[in-house]
Design a protein around this ligand. Structure first.
Ligand code: SF4
Ligand code: SF4
Length: 358
């Protein structure tokens, strides 16, 4: 532990060089609200919600961006701090959709969640923002709603720093500042990889998923079911957002950053390639072929019996090494283990392979 210390809300804590006030406060379980901050992304102090008092400093300091110094005396809860939070929340709310039902029509809205906790300085008259949207963007997946944007730049910074493709950018100045692409191209004509990370980090639902928006049920009314993505062998965790009334998966969202192996990220397949689940052509029960060659639905017991019968027939006629088993990287480690065990122990052959090994 460093011998140098600082004080937050009267509590002394060791000084760690390079640490921000926000990080130091978290070590003391002190919650400082933020709108534009994400631990994975360089801070820019855009939203001004996280301002705190620092003794000796005339202006309050953005805690996400200000580094701690030895002997600093910081106050995160005071009338002045509270007034700034409420004032900033009111400003942001006047600049976006102020009707909560509409503001939370699809994605959760952190602005309203923070207003519930910290209050506001009043609901001020709505100011129609002149910022432009991208009505010409015909990509199938992501919709930018300019009337909900608070200019926090989390989406562009995510795209730059985490996805590393810089497909979207802040465009124009002042009240006209908006999120755009080069030449206002559709996302699919840019370097965008359709990871959906810009949707995940957006605090107000300005970046949203087109299909889920069209479905028309807010995310807060959907049940999240944690599962493992089966598109590849990485094992990313994802949350299926299920409409229990309709027994339907509406969309996929990543678990919060820092909680699972994929750290709040998904790829295009994990996030958007889920409409096969409810496709009318999807097989939902096993089929076996009758003597006349026609497929008919059956039970899993009968289907598996037929598989065993067929494989054992090959072993009887041609020996165990006439069989080969090929597994998939989409299976879990446990499934792959059982698969090789079945090959070796049940059928007596080492002819077993897995596609990721090639
Ligand atoms: S989907 Fe991913 S790559 Fe495309 S703009 Fe959003 S963050 Fe960038
Ligand atoms: S679209 Fe969302 S994440 Fe991007 S700047 Fe606007 S509010 Fe922030």
């Amino acid at each position: 532990m460093s011998e140098q210390t600082l004080t937050i809300n009267g509590v002394s804590i060791d000084h760690r060089p390079g640490e921000t006030i926000l990080e130091a406060a978290r070590r003391l379980d002190i919650d400082i609200p933020t709108l534009c901050h994400d631990d994975r992304i360089e801070p820019v102090a855009a939203c001004r919600i996280c301002l705190v008092e620092v003794e000796g400093s005339r202006l309050m300091q953005p805690s996400c961006h200000s580094k701690t110094q030895p002997d600093m005396v910081i106050t995160t809860e005071s009338q002045r701090v509270s007034r700034n939070r409420q004032f900033s929340l009111s400003l942001h709310m006047a600049d976006t959709v102020s009707d909560r039902t509409i503001a939370e029509d699809a994605n959760p809205n952190r602005l309203f969640e923070l207003a519930d906790i910290h209050g506001t300085a009043g609901l001020w008259p709505h100011v129609d923002s002149p910022r432009q949207g991208r009505p010409m963007d015909v990509n199938r997946f992501i919709h930018f709603r300019e009337d909900r944007c608070i200019g926090c730049a989390l989406c562009t910074r995510y795209c730059d720093e985490i996805e590393g493709v810089t497909a979207i950018t802040l465009a124009h100045r002042g009240a006209l500042t908006t999120i755009s692409t080069a030449d206002e191209l559709s996302l699919t004509d840019t370097t965008c990889e359709l990871c959906g990370g810009c949707i995940a980090v957006c605090p107000t639902g300005a970046m949203t998923e087109k299909a889920a928006l069209a479905y028309g049920k807010p995310e807060k009314e959907l049940e999240k079911i944690r599962t493992t993505c089966n598109f590849c062998g990485v094992g990313c965790q994802l949350d299926l957002n299920v409409d229990r009334d309709a027994n339907r998966i509406v969309k996929v969202t990543p678990p919060p950053p820092g909680t699972t192996v994929n750290d709040g990220n998904l790829c295009v397949k994990g996030r958007f390639a889920n409409d096969f689940i409810h496709h009318k052509d999807r097989l939902t029960e096993p089929l076996v072929r009758d003597a006349d060659g026609v497929l008919r639905p059956t039970s899993w017991d009968e289907a598996l019996d037929r598989v065993v019968e067929g494989l054992q027939g090959v072993v009887t006629r041609h020996g165990p090494h006439s069989l080969g088993f090929v597994s998939s990287s989409r299976c879990t480690g446990e499934e792959n283990y059982l698969f090789q065990k079945m090959s070796r122990a049940a059928f007596g052959t080492h002819n077993v392979h897995q596609c990721a090994a090639t």
